[in-house]
Write a protein that binds this ligand. Structure first.
Ligand code: SF4
Ligand code: SF4
Ligand code: SF4
Length: 499
């Protein structure tokens, strides 16, 4: 007996359907079928994950997917979600797995923060007629200007990353996403003059040519890490934590570990790739410092080292320690950050919002006088250019985007990446599915998205009468809160609208 009623209903308009069977071919979840006797399409909607692939591909627009109105007796406490999750666990005895970011109805602070604009006495700047500077440098800032005995400037800048705009594609491993998705990210990063990130999956040999635009990650599993790998990128990121699953390691289900992935990661084929929760050589800031300096040593002190942490309760104290470990860049990942696979309970209940974490970390580093020793990059659901602008005004040097990038590639947020059956060719290793994503078209869509955001960023900067991204960073006077408690305003370090 199956106690779970299908979540979605597949509605097929018979007057439009021409029995072309395209939907059947396109659905990796095997929802659609064809009954030869009845000469009509059939469907098993219990398998539908609402990814919209069939809807988009149907030549006659005969399909739509709707949420079922089949309902349980109303109960504010025992919601439909709570009940069905219990049925599911009672059936399997397993941990509930999901993907992408936390979808729960917690406050989205970006939507409660408003940006300023100039009027009369401090005139706006027209970005179409005046130069606007969005170029961003990540890494330690030089403490003072030094000159040699002839008065020439001594170039002793610590290693840094140069970005044409304050955006990077966040860590997504080859394995969690497809070869073509990785290729699209790498090509787009190169064209935009920004960086993409390998995640913990190692670097496929085909992508070494994008090294100048690549951040290579070292996570607790150390998959695919070797000297050439460390030296291949523009920077190295040590992943201590991830917003979608703070406190636990990564998980790539065996179904996604094919021969190419196994070679790149240096792990056996068809086995679960589970990286441990801690780095087994890091139990203190001193241990972290050892790894930071081992990596600097292995790369001849030519590359900045980034340390990525999840936004958790005492994030500002942790970030202060990370800044003192010798890291050049701190990356903070908020609890809405995406993932290819995570236990649902952890994804939805652990961590804190990136807005509060960022404000707290920036303030702490300023109070301690070490803000210029490190750059701050934040991620965890940056949805548009105004989220990006607000993050910079709260103190970020740049933002990571991942879910937004995948949406640009065609993702429909069905949140079933962990099954390996992504119908859009993104979070899958099945060859027939991977080829659905054209890396050239994907790269162009990513370039379009980030370029559009950069234009919008320039417009907002111009509106504030500011022509350089440097003058925006941590400029919280340009922000006002709306509908927030005094405590929230205090943590964000901003005034209420009207003040
Ligand atoms: S793709 Fe559309 S027209 Fe073709 S069989 Fe499916 S529903 Fe019918
Ligand atoms: S899983 Fe996707 S492709 Fe399959 S029926 Fe549902 S919406 Fe269509
Ligand atoms: S990447 Fe694919 S499987 Fe994952 S949420 Fe997006 S559409 Fe669904």
């Amino acid at each position: 007996m199956n106690m779970l009623y299908p979540q979605f209903e597949v509605i097929r308009n018979p007057s439009r359907c021409i029995n072309c069977r395209a939907c059947e071919k396109q659905c990796a979840n095997e929802v659609h079928g064809y009954d030869e006797n009845l000469k009509m399409m059939t469907c098993d909607e219990s398998k539908c994950v609402n990814c919209h692939r069939c809807v988009a591909i149907c030549p006659t627009r005969a399909l739509k997917i709707v949420k079922t109105d089949h309902t349980f007796k109303e109960n504010a406490n025992w919601t439909e979600k709570a009940i069905t999750e219990i049925y599911r666990q009672a059936e399997t005895g397993g941990v509930l797995l999901s993907s992408m970011g936390n979808p729960e109805q917690h406050p989205i602070y970006w939507d409660k923060i408003l940006i300023n604009a100039s009027q009369v006495t401090n005139p706006p700047i027209d970005p179409l007629r005046e130069p606007m500077e969005t170029r961003t440098f990540l890494g330690k800032k030089a403490g003072k200007i030094e000159r040699d005995e002839n008065g020439n400037l001594i170039d002793n800048l610590p290693p840094h990353i140069e970005l044409n705009m304050p955006v990077m594609f966040s860590a997504m491993s080859y394995g969690s996403i497809s070869y073509n998705a990785h290729a699209a990210l790498a090509k787009a990063a190169r064209e935009l003059g920004i960086c993409y990130n390998t995640g913990e999956g190692g670097l496929h040999e085909d992508f070494y040519e994008y090294g100048a635009n690549t951040i290579v990650q070292v996570a607790s599993g150390r998959f695919g890490v070797h000297t050439d790998y460390l030296n291949a990128g523009a920077a190295i990121e040590i992943k201590m934590g991830q917003g979608a699953k703070p406190g636990i390691g990564g998980h790539l289900p065996a179904v996604k570990v094919g021969s190419d992935i196994s070679k790149t990661r240096m792990i056996p084929e068809n086995t679960d790739a589970i990286s441990p929760a801690p780095h087994h050589d890091i139990y203190s800031i001193e241990d972290l410092r050892q790894l930071v300096y081992s990596i600097k040593e292995a790369t001849n002190y030519k590359k900045p080292v980034m340390v990525k942490i999840a936004a958790v309760h005492n994030v500002s104290a942790i970030a202060s320690g990370v800044a003192r470990s010798g890291a050049d860049i701190i990356c903070i990942d908020g609890y809405r950050g995406g993932t290819g696979a995570a236990p649902t309970r952890i994804r939805d209940s652990v961590g804190i919002p990136i807005e509060l974490a960022l404000a707290a970390v920036d303030q702490r580093l300023r109070d301690e006088g070490i803000r210029d020793k490190v750059s701050i990059v934040v991620g965890g659901s940056i949805r548009n250019s105004s989220d990006l602008m607000k993050a910079i005004l709260l103190g970020a040097d740049a933002c990571y985007i991942a879910t937004a990038a995948l949406l640009a590639l065609g993702c429909h947020l069905c949140r079933t990446c962990q099954t390996g059956k992504c119908n859009w060719g993104i979070a899958t290793q099945r060859e027939d599915l991977v080829k659905r994503l054209n890396p050239e078209i994907g790269a162009q869509r990513l370039v379009n998205l980030v370029t559009a955001w950069n234009h919008e960023l320039e417009e907002m900067m111009g509106g504030m009468g500011i022509n350089s991204i440097e003058a925006l960073r941590g400029n919280r006077l340009m922000l006002r809160g709306i509908g927030l408690t005094q405590k929230e305003l205090d943590i964000l370090g901003i005034k209420h609208a009207g003040e």
